[in-house]
Design a protein around this ligand. Sequence first.
Ligand SMILES: Cc1cc2nc3c(=O)[nH]c(=O)nc-3n(C[C@H](O)[C@H](O)[C@H](O)COP(=O)(O)O)c2cc1C
Length: 465
Amino acid sequence: MSKKHIILNAFNMNCVGHINHGLWTHPRDRSTDYRKLSYWTDLAKLLERGLFDGLFIADIVGVYDIYRQSVDVTLKESVQLPVNDPMMLVSAMAAATQNLGFGITVNLTYEAPYLLARRFSTLDHLTDGRIGWNIVTGYLDSAARAMGGAEMIPHDERYDRADEYLDVLYKLWEGSWQDDAVRRDREGRVFADPAKVRKVRHRGRYYDVEGYHLCEPSPQRTPVLFQAGSSGRGQAFAVRHAECVFVSSQSKEGTRKLVDALRAQAVAAGRDAGDLKIIMGITVVVGRTQREAEEKFAEYARYASPEAGLAHFAAGSGIDYSTYAPDDELAPPGGHKGRGIESSVQRVTDGKRGVTVRHLLDQMQLGGRYTTIVGDPVQVADALQSWVQEAGVDGFNLTRTVTPESYEDFIDLVIPELQSRGIYKTSYAQGTLREKLFGDGARLGPRHTGAGFRDPSNEAATQAR
Ligand SMILES: Cc1cc2nc3c(=O)[nH]c(=O)nc-3n(C[C@H](O)[C@H](O)[C@H](O)COP(=O)(O)O)c2cc1C
C-alpha cells in the first residue's frame, strides 16, 4: 500500500510581518513587496514548483492595540499592519498556475452572506475549483469599533452566528441552482431553465435572506472549508463545517489530544475520522548540513523581533504583557482579564502552570510562536514525520521566515527528502482542490452538513433553524 502523503500549504498573509516578526529587516527578505502583483504570482509559481497543495492566506480585520495600549509597536514593526485584502490576489495567482490551491481567510462577522457567497463562487469559477475558505469570526475589539460596534460579540455567540451564516451559504451554494439548470441552448434561446433555479428563503435569528444565488454552479459549489478555532465551541463548529482544521500547539501531546477530540466528535456526528484533515502551523529553517541550518537560524534571529511577537500574542490573548515582568506567568493564578482568543494562552502553555513571559520570548527567537524545526533535510523530514505519526496531523502550514528564501530552501532541500521517503507527492492529482485533498468528488461529501441543503424537496433545509 502506498504511504499517506503529507499535505503542505504555504502560510502567508497580504502584509509585511505575518508570524515571524522583524524579519522584514533582513537584507534578503522581500516581504515589503507584498503590494506588487509580481510578488504574489512569483510566489505562486514557486510553490507550484514545490508541488504545494495550497497557499493559505491569513487575514485580520482590526489592529493589534493591546500591547502598551497602542498601535506603536504594531506600526513600527509592521505586525500585520498595513494589511491588504487577500481575496484580490487570487485571480492573478490562479492565472499563473494550474494546480495550486488557495485557502483564503475571510472574517464573516462583517460581511453580508449574500455577497460573500458570490465572491467565493466567482473565485471558484475563475480558479477551476481551486478555492478554499478559512472561516473566521474575529477576536478584536478594534475591529468591532471600526465597524460601528462598541466591542466584539461574545465568544460563543460569534460561533452561533457563524453556524447560521453557513446555513445561509449552503442554501445559496448548494440549493439555489440545480446541476442541470444552465442549458446554454442558443437555438432554443434558453440560457438557464427557470424551473431549476430556486429562491432561497432564510428567516433566522441573525440573518434574513430571500433571493436567488447570483452565480451559476461552480466546480466545487462550496469552497473547501477551513477553520482554526480550538475552544470547545470552536471544535463543535469545526466538526459541523470544517473539512480542514488548522491547529497550532507547542507539544505533540497537546496536539494529539486536540486531534483525537476533533476526530472523535466528527465520528459521533456521523462523519468519518478522515473527513477532517488536520493541518498544523510550523516554521522550518533548513540547511544542507545541521551546522549550516543553525548558522542560518542564528543569522535570521539577529533581525527578528520577539517584542513584536509579544505584541501580536498580546492582541490574541487580550492581555497587555508590557505590564508583566519577565518571570510573571502568562496565565496568572485566579485567571486573567483578557478578552481575546480564549484558547491562545492555553495553546502556548498546554494548560500547564508556571509558563512565563520569558518562556514565551525564548520560544519567539524568530519573532513568532510556532513550533520551529532547525536542521538538515533528514532531520527536518524526521521531525515532520514524527509530528504526523505522534500527533496525528495530516500536514503542515509552513510559515515564512526570510521570504521567498525560506520556501526555496524547503523546496530544494526538504521536498526531495520527503519524496524519497514516499510521503510526499511527485506530481499533482487531477481535479479541484477538494478532489486533490480528499480524492473523492469536487462537491461536499454526503456526510457533510452542507450536502443536506441540496435537495429542493427538503423543506427543512430551506427553513430557518
Ligand atoms: C492557527 C490559527 C490561525 C488563525 N488564523 C486567523 C486569521 O487568519 N484571522 C483571524 O481573524 N483569526 C484567526 N484565528 C483565530 C480563530 O479564528 C478564532 O477567532 C480564535 O481562535 C478564537 O476561537 P477559539 O477560542 O475557538 O480558539 C486563528 C486561530 C488559530 C488557532
